[in-house]
Design a protein. Structure first.
Length: 418
C-alpha cells in the first residue's frame, strides 16, 4: 500500500461538441437537454440505411489554428488543439504558462485521423502508390493528436496517446492524474478527441447497433446508439501548482478504476463483473464509500446489452439506493474515444451547477434497467461527488470519480494498491 502523494485539480476545460463550442455553450445545452443529433453532412450516408449522428457542424479550424497548423493537421487534431486552447483560457493560463518539462499531454482516441487514412487508402487502391499525395502522409497517425497539442502549448514532459476505444477519455484522465501524483508533471493537458468518419459509421451499421433516429438509453424501446464526434480537454494541475498561481479550481480528480471483461469483442460481460470491479476500485481509491456518491453519468449507449449490463453494475455497487442516473449520449451521440472526456466535463457541470443533465428521449421504463433515470428534463440535487462510467469494445472498463474541491479525504488518508 502506498499513499497518494497530492491532490489533482481540474482548473480549465475546453469543448468541441455537437451541442456547443466552448464551456459556456456546452453547459447551457446540457441544462436545456439540447439534442445535437442531425443528418450527416460530411459524407453520403443515404445508402447505409442510417443517416443521423451527433456531427459537429459549426467548427472551423481557421477560427482556432494558425495557417501553418491547419496545413499540418487533420480535423481530429484540429479539434483537440482548439479544445486545448479553450481549456487554457478557461484555466486563466497565458500562452507561455505551460512551457517546459513539467507539463505533460495525455490524450485518448479510438481512430484518430481516420479521415486522412481513408483518403490515403482510396488514393492507393484507385491509383497505386504514385497516386498518394505525399503531403497527406505526415498528417496521419493517432499519436499526432498529443504531439500537436504538446507543440501548441509548449509541453515538454511525457506525451502519450491512449487508443483505449470508447473508454479512452477516462483512461487518459486517470493516467494524467497519476503523472501528477507520481511527481512526473505539475500540469497535464488531457482528454480525448474523435471525428465522425464513414468507415466507423458503416461498421456500426453493419453490426446492427445503430438506431434509425434517436438514442434512448435505458428506455424499453431503445433501438441502439447514434455516433457523435468532438473533443473534450481538461487542464489538470497539482494542488501546489494551482495554488502557486492562484488558479480557479473547478473539481478534484479522485481515484479511477480500470478493468477488462476478457469476455467478448463487442458485448459486455452479461454479469458486468469487470465493470463492477472498476467502479468499486474508483470509489475505494477515492477514499469514500458508495453512499458518498451523488450522481452517476452512465455510459448509456442505448443498446440492449450495454444498458442491461450497466444497470446490473449500478445495482451491485449501490444496492437499493435510487441514485440519479443520466446518459449524455442521448444528446451528444456516442463520441467513441472522446465520449468519456466530454462527459467528464459534463460531470463538472453537475458539480458546479448542482444540476443533473437529462437523458432525453426516455419514455418507457425498462424493467431490466430499473434505474432512477433523469428523464428529459434536468434536475437539481446534491452534487458533491459524481462518477463517470465508460465501457468499450474488447471489454475495456474505466471509471473516474470527480468531486467538488475539498470534499474528498486528504490524500494522506487515502491509500491505493502499489
Amino acid at each position: 500500500m502506498v499513499p497518494l502523494l497530492q491532490r489533482v485539480f481540474v482548473t480549465g476545460v475546453g469543448v468541441i461538441s455537437s451541442i456547443g463550442l466552448g464551456k459556456t455553450a456546452f453547459f447551457r445545452a446540457l441544462e436545456a437537454g439540447t439534442s445535437g443529433i442531425s443528418p450527416v453532412s460530411s459524407f453520403d450516408a443515404a445508402t447505409l440505411g442510417r443517416r443521423r449522428a451527433g456531427e459537429v457542424k459549426d467548427f472551423e479550424a481557421r477560427d482556432h489554428l494558425t495557417h501553418a497548423e491547419q496545413h499540418r493537421m487533420g480535423r481530429c487534431s484540429a479539434m483537440a488543439v482548439a479544445a486545448a486552447r479553450m481549456a487554457m483560457i478557461d484555466a486563466c493560463l497565458k500562452e507561455t504558462d505551460l512551457l517546459g518539462p513539467r507539463t505533460a499531454v495525455v490524450l485518448g482516441t479510438t481512430m484518430g485521423e481516420a479521415r486522412i487514412l481513408a483518403e490515403l487508402d482510396r488514393e492507393w487502391i484507385v491509383g497505386g502508390q504514385q497516386a498518394i499525395v505525399r503531403a497527406r502522409v505526415p498528417r496521419y497517425g493517432s499519436t499526432l493528436l498529443a504531439i500537436h497539442v504538446a507543440r501548441a502549448v509548449g509541453a515538454r514532459a511525457a506525451v502519450l496517446t491512449l487508443p483505449a476505444a470508447c473508454a479512452a477519455g477516462n483512461y487518459a484522465i486517470g493516467v494524467a492524474a497519476d503523472f501528477i501524483r507520481a511527481g512526473r508533471a505539475d500540469a497535464v493537458v488531457t482528454g480525448a478527441a474523435e471525428l465522425l468518419q464513414e468507415l466507423q459509421f458503416t461498421g456500426f451499421v453493419r453490426l446492427a447497433a445503430m438506431a434509425p433516429e434517436r438514442c434512448q438509453p435505458f428506455d424499453l424501446n431503445r433501438q441502439g446508439l447514434l455516433l457523435g464526434e468532438g473533443a473534450g480537454v481538461l487542464i489538470l494541475e497539482s494542488e501546489a501548482h494551482a495554488r502557486r498561481r492562484g488558479a480557479p479550481v473547478q473539481a478534484e480528480v479522485g481515484g479511477y478504476g480500470i478493468s477488462c471483461d476478457a469476455y467478448h469483442i463487442t458485448r459486455p460481460h452479461p454479469e458486468a463483473t469487470g465493470s463492477v470491479v472498476a467502479m468499486r476500485d474508483a470509489i475505494t481509491r477515492s477514499g469514500i464509500e458508495p453512499r458518498d456518491v451523488d450522481f452517476v453519468n452512465a455510459h448509456g449507449t442505448g443498446t440492449k446489452h450495454n444498458d442491461v449490463a450497466e444497470s446490473k453494475v449500478i445495482h451491485d455497487v449501490f444496492g437499493e439506493r435510487r441514485l440519479p442516473i443520466s446518459s449524455m449520449k442521448s444528446m451528444l451521440g456516442h463520441c467513441m474515444g472522446a465520449a468519456s472526456a466530454l462527459e467528464a466535463i459534463g460531470c463538472i457541470f453537475t458539480l458546479e451547477r448542482g444540476i443533473y443533465p437529462p437523458t432525453i428521449g426516455y419514455e418507457t421504463p425498462d424493467p431490466e434497467c430499473n434505474l432512477n433515470v433523469v428523464a428529459n428534463v434536468a434536475q437539481r440535487g446534491k452534487s458533491e461527488v459524481v462518477i463517470n462510467n465508460s465501457l468499450a469494445f474488447g471489454g475495456y472498463n474505466a471509471v473516474t470519480v470527480l468531486a467538488k474541491p475539498g470534499v474528498l479525504p486528504p490524500p494522506a488518508h487515502r491509500e491505493r494498491r502499489a
